[in-house]
Ligand binder design. Structure first.
Ligand code: AMP
Length: 462
């Protein structure tokens, strides 16, 4: 079996990998690293959890070490584009870990936090910038950063970029990069728009594909509970009485839904916090940190906010409602069973979600077994709902945009499944600051970011 040394990585990288406890390369790493080291463009079909970050970060760091030169002030040598802040932070943390025995500088650029620190971080020039597209465009239009020295570009989670309406921004960024550069393109799925974008970006790419999104991780034990929508919250509480649920991500389709679940859980004595695009960067980081260190048992997340979350020891994923894009189900349940562990995924399927369930089962090519409702038979379910309704927490007065500092979120779609669909043109998981500006007269987006999703808009807002 190939090991990291056989792949031809430099000694400081091998030392860092040993320090990180990596013993052998994952399939995507085995497939991709030699091509990237050889300077080829790459088309990688892989999702998070496969080790794809190291598949591009290691050969990039190898290159930076081999061709040792400094970036000019306000310039960078490598750019990694990520759809979300969380993923961007994780990628940069990985770069830092792998480069711990090298002199490589990296920084992360994303919205939702003041821009000044980021301007300062790139002022002297930096080797690697990991960025979300909107804030990066802001830095460029302020002339705080130029991309004209880019040697390697990585586009990560391209399909999610499309879902979030970033493809236009990416094309704008490509236009200000030197045409001679190495391009690494990663996506979990290849819808036609993404294949198009890849075609326009890549030159004679080598292709590496692992674990197609449709083949759900086998180690995850999946089940579903058919439950009337009214009884979902009570069912969730009952499920959570099971102490073997040590650390769980609970998915909600919408931001308001996520907040409501937290309120109900808290009033029933569970400790829970939500992460989604309406939460401030601080609140998200706090929630992630306590989830990571084990002091928070339940993280309630929307699809976009949870994207790329890589926390070991997530024992359960609970779908409070099903995603209406089947692929998201695979991404959701992939938050458990990481780093070789087993995991359990339980979905609460309401009366109006049978269609979504069929779509998911078609995609994963298996039937998800039906589990009994932990509340008991129909009469017990009805009784539990009555009790729950009597103890219902107070709904707070609806704030149009809770927990944001900037205001002015033109185009966000509060309360209508806005984070996923971005209806009306918001840049969902990025920040208000980006939305406020319209650099270089970018036309306001009016349509849904992905045609495929528009049909589902406005369906249910739990
Ligand atoms: P990624 O797909 O990049 O999000 O990686 C998923 C997880 O696998 C991360 O926690 C990585 O630190 C870890 N990982 C990546 N490559 C390896 C490897 N070769 N051996 C062990 N763990 C790895």
């Amino acid at each position: 079996m190939t090991n990291f040394a056989d792949l031809g990585l430099a000694a400081p990288l091998l030392k860092a990998l040993a320090a990180e406890g990596y013993e052998s390369p994952t399939p995507i790493q085995q497939g991709a690293i030699p091509h990237v080291l050889a300077g080829h463009d790459l088309l990688g079909v892989a999702q998070t959890g496969t080790g794809k970050t190291a598949a591009f970060a290691l050969p990039i760091l190898n290159h930076l070490q081999k061709i040792n030169r400094r970036a000019s002030p306000k310039a960078c040598r490598v750019l990694v584009l990520s759809p979300t802040r969380e993923l961007a932070s994780q990628i940069q943390a990985n770069f830092t870990g792998y480069a711990q025995f090298m002199r490589v500088t990296s920084t992360v650029v994303f919205g939702g936090v003041p821009v000044n620190r980021q301007v300062r971080a790139v002022a002297g020039g930096v080797d690697v910038v990991v960025a979300t597209p909107g804030r990066l465009l802001d830095l460029i239009s302020q002339k705080a950063l130029t991309l004209n020295e880019i040697e390697i570009l990585v586009l990560d989670e391209a399909d999610r970029m499309l879902d979030m309406g970033f493809v236009r921004d990416i094309r704008r960024l490509l236009a200000v990069m030197p045409p001679r550069r190495q391009n690494l393109f990663f996506s979990a799925t290849m819808p036609p728009e993404i294949a198009d974008l890849a075609g326009s970006m890549l030159t004679n790419p080598k292709q590496v594909a692992v674990t197609p999104v449709a083949s759900t991780v086998d180690r995850i034990q999946q089940g579903l509970i058919l439950v009337p929508n009214r009884a979902k919250q009570a069912t969730l509480h009952k499920l959570l009485e099971d102490a073997s649920i040590a650390r769980a991500v609970v998915f909600s389709r919408t931001k308001h839904g996520a907040d409501r679940i937290v309120r109900h859980l808290e009033s029933a004595g569970f400790s829970a916090a939500a992460i989604h695009g309406n939460k401030s960067q601080n609140a998200r980081e706090r929630a992630m940190a306590s989830f990571r260190d084990g002091s928070l048992r339940l993280l309630i997340a929307t699809d976009i906010a949870a994207r790329g979350i890589d926390v070991d020891g997530v024992t359960h994923v609970i779908n409070f409602d099903l995603p209406n894009i089947a692929e998201s189900y695979v991404h959701r349940i992939g938050r458990t069973a990481r780093a070789g562990a087993d995991g359990i995924a339980v979905s609460l399927v309401g009366e109006d979600e049978r269609g979504d369930l069929r779509g998911i089962e078609r995609l994963i090519r298996r039937q998800i077994p039906v589990l009994p409702n932990p509340l008991g038979d129909q009469a017990a379910v009805a009784a539990a709902v009555q009790v729950a309704e009597a103890n219902k927490p107070k709904e707070p007065a609806r704030q149009p945009r809770p927990d944001r500092s900037g205001g002015h979120h033109r185009g966000a779609a509060p309360g209508r499944g806005g984070e996923r669909h971005g209806a009306g043109g918001g840049r969902p998981a990025e920040n208000g600051q980006n939305r406020r500006r319209n650099p270089a007269g970018r036309p306001k987006r009016t349509g849904a970011p992905g045609q495929a999703q528009s049909a589902n808009q406005g369906r249910r807002d739990h």
